[in-house]
Every structure is written in structure tokens, then in C-alpha cells.
Ligand binder design. Structure first.
Ligand code: PMP
Ligand code: GLN
Length: 380
């Protein structure tokens, strides 16, 4: 039988490719974004407690009510917004599923979705699967800023949605208050939905404040905001997250969610609901990760790789201009094979080819791991 893929291209994600290459060459993996240390022992104990207590059957479709209430308390504390746990929150199988389901729910065949490139790799395939058309705005080296007048010029009568990501993977940039204000004007004027990927909400540095869509009442009325417990509690393998939004959008989101997931893993929801009661678990993250960012920056200060200071996420870009003429994919492979440190190139996050000579390193690693990686990179 002839299978016609819904996707424009086939192939593996860059994370799979680079992690496999890292394994093959026994390289230190600063490529794919995941911690090489464990989550907190308290959280592990909570998980085993609820697992052993028999919390092993279906949870309600939008998630355990205790967890939805804990999420609302966290949002009220972080963003001064009171949400209704019954109608405005849905627990999902990670941020990726929340994004995917939101796109399936609101993007109809032929609808256009504006994405900011470099774009996290699941966005464009998710739009294509829904039959939508991704319209790219390219953020450019070296500051990766967004010109909102240019974004406005991409809006047509087919535009349905804009997607943003702040703090931003892979550049480590963040959106400022003025960006969100410009966006608020755009989505209101053109009657658009905003899908805001905020999975790195707590990984933000140098005393900056995360400008969530939840801080802008008019914007929130047209937005869905996506979060991931994988980033917040160092548990990327659990694939647990949530999405929030106004009731009329969440109603349709859940309408679709019930047919592809119904409800996610039960005992983890009980454990997360309890763990969220103490804000120290997420409010300590900026200091925790800033220390790692600064440690790697310092360790590489004499290397020819030049750090482009990360303001958020657990990634930092490194500029290799002047070291090599290789393109970023080949340079990332060279680092992995010959230097023994895996990195992620930026070109797979763009539709068009790019010239910039930068690669992304992940600093969510033990200090010993960062030391070992720096020792190798300093030989460049
Ligand atoms: N969005 C961005 C920008 C990400 O970097 C990631 C994963 N690292 C996700 C979404 C997906 O999160 P999850 O692992 O919870 O699906
Ligand atoms: N989000 C992670 C990163 O950017 C990887 C997620 C994945 O492997 N799909 O590195």
C-alpha cells in the first residue's frame, strides 16, 4: 500500500540524531535538553507513596481536581491571576501534547499559523498534521528580536493563530513587556488566537521577570498558555504538563483532548499536586540554573567559543565564528565526534537555511559534567 505522509518531510528530530551520535562517540551530551541529575527525593517519595496507595485508576478527563487547584494557586501566586480549576485548566502528557492538541483544536485546513523561527521542532509538523500552513518569521542572529511591524505584515485573512515561546528555546532570549503589549494589539485587532509556550517560565535569570500572557488581561482572553512539569521539577521523562486559557478556548481544547488522551497518568498527578504546595520547589529555580549557566560561561571563558548570554531556558548559544567554516549541523557533529561534546545546531529550527555560526549547549548538568565538557572544549 502506498502511504502518503501528512508531513512535508520525514526524518528524525535533531535531538534523536545528536543523542544517538553522542552515545556512539561516548561524547558528553550537552545537546538534547535534559538534566543529568535526579529530581528531588521528596518528589520521588510522593510518587511511590501514591503508587503504593493504589492511585492507579483513571483521573477525571481534564486532570485530578487537586492538581488543577494546585496549578491555579501557583498561577495566582506567580502571575496574580485567579483561574477557575473546573473550567480553565487541563493537565496534559507534557507540553508537546498540550501544544499539539491546541493546534488540532483551533487550526482548520488552510488556516495560517505564524511561528517565530528558530521554532521548537514540534510546532511546524503539528500545524501540518492539522492541515494548516506555517508562516515563518525568522528571528535573526545575533539578538533574535521580533519586529512586530514585520509580523503584522504576515497576517492575512487566513491567519488563525500566532505561536510564541518565552523564555525561548534555542536562543535563550526572553520577550519583554513591550513585546507582549505589541502582541496584544495585533491579536485583538486581527481576531487571532495566541498559543504561548511558556515551559521555561521559571528558568529566567539576572532578576528578569517572566512576561507571561497571563499578566495581560486582554491578551489572556485570546490565549492558551502551556507549561511542563518536566522543566520545572527536573522530570523530562515523565511527560507531564498543563495548559490554561479562558473558558471558551479551554472548552474546545478539552473537546479534542478527550479523544486523543482522555486523561493522563494518575499517581503522578497526586504526587505533583502535593509537591506544588511548597513554592520553594519552583521559586528556587532561577538561582539554581543561573549558577549552572554562569559556571559553564566561566569555564569556557578562554575557549574560542563565545557565549551569547542566555536570559532564560537551560540553553546557551555559543558563537563559533572564526573557528570553523563548517555549517552549524556539521560543526555540531564535529564537536560530538572529534571533541567529545554533543551540541545542537540551530538550522533544524528554521525552514530556510541560515548562515549564523552558533550552536546550543545545555547547562542543566552536574557541575562535574560541565567541567568535563569545558576541559574538552577548551582544547578547540
Ligand atoms: N516547548 C519547548 C520550547 C521545549 O523546549 C520543550 C521540550 N523541551 C517542549 C515544549 C516540550 O515539553 P515536554 O517535554 O513537557 O513535552
Ligand atoms: N526540548 C528538548 C530540547 O530542546 C528536547 C525534547 C526532545 O528530545 N524532543 O533539547
Amino acid at each position: 500500500m502506498q502511504i502518503q505522509s501528512k508531513l512535508a518531510s520525514e526524518g528524525l528530530t535533531i535531538f534523536t540524531i545528536m543523542s544517538a551520535l553522542a552515545k556512539e562517540h561516548k561524547a558528553i551530551n550537552l545537546g538534547q535538553g535534559f538534566p543529568d541529575y535526579d529530581c528531588s527525593p521528596e518528589l520521588r517519595e510522593r510518587v511511590s507513596k501514591y503508587l503504593n496507595e493504589g492511585k492507579n485508576q483513571y483521573c477525571p478527563m481534564p486532570g485530578l481536581l487537586e492538581l488543577r487547584k494546585a496549578i491555579c494557586n501557583k498561577i495566582s501566586r506567580s502571575y496574580d491571576l485567579d483561574l477557575n480549576p473546573e473550567t480553565q485548566v487541563c493537565v496534559t502528557a507534557g507540553g508537546t501534547q498540550a501544544l499539539f492538541t491546541a493546534i488540532e483544536a483551533f487550526v482548520h485546513p488552510g488556516d495560517e499559523v505564524i511561528v517565530m523561527e528558530p521554532a521548537y521542532d514540534s510546532y511546524i509538523p503539528s500545524i501540518q498534521i492539522a492541515g494548516g500552513v506555517a508562516i515563518s518569521y525568522a528571528m535573526k542572529y545575533p539578538d533574535y528580536k521580533i519586529d512586530w511591524n514585520h509580523v503584522a505584515s504576515l497576517i492575512t485573512d487566513k491567519t488563525r493563530m500566532i505561536m510564541i515561546n518565552t523564555p525561548h528555546n534555542p536562543t535563550g532570549t526572553i520577550l519583554e513587556k513591550e513585546d507582549l503589549e505589541a502582541l496584544e494589539l495585533l491579536v485583538t485587532k486581527h481576531d487571532l488566537i495566541l498559543l504561548s509556550d511558556e515551559v521555561y517560565e521559571h528558568l529566567i535569570y539576572d532578576e528578569a521577570q517572566h512576561e507571561s500572557v497571563l499578566r495581560f488581561p486582554q491578551l489572556f482572553e485570546r490565549s492558551l498558555a502551556v507549561y511542563s512539569f518536566g522543566k520545572t521539577f527536573h522530570t523530562t521523562g515523565w511527560k507531564m504538563g498543563y495548559i490554561v486559557g479562558p473558558e471558551y478556548l479551554m472548552k474546545e481544547f478539552k473537546n479534542i483532548h478527550q479523544w486523543n488522551v482522555f486523561s493522563v497518568n494518575s499517581f503522578l498527578q497526586y504526587a505533583l499536586a502535593e509537591h506544588l504546595q511548597d513554592p520553594v520547589h519552583y521559586e528556587s529555580l532561577p538561582a539554581f540554573f543561573q549558577k549552572k549557566r554562569d559556571y559553564l560561561t566561566e569555564a569556557l571563558v578562554d575557549s574560542p567559543l563565545k557565549a551569547m548570554s542566555s536570559k532564560g531556558t537551560y540553553f546557551q548559544l555559543y558563537d563559533y565564528t572564526g573557528i570553523s567554516d563548517l555549517n552549524d549541523l556539521e560543526f555540531a557533529k564535529y564537536l560530538t565526534r572529534e571533541v567529545g561534546v554533543a551540541a545542537i545546531p540551530l538550522s533544524p529550527f528554521y525552514k530556510e537555511s541560515i548562515e549564523a555560526k552558533v550552536v546550543r549547549l545545555c547547562f542543566a548538568k552536574k557541575l562535574e559534567t560541565l567541567d568535563q565538557a569545558a576541559e574538552r572544549l577548551n582544547k578547540l
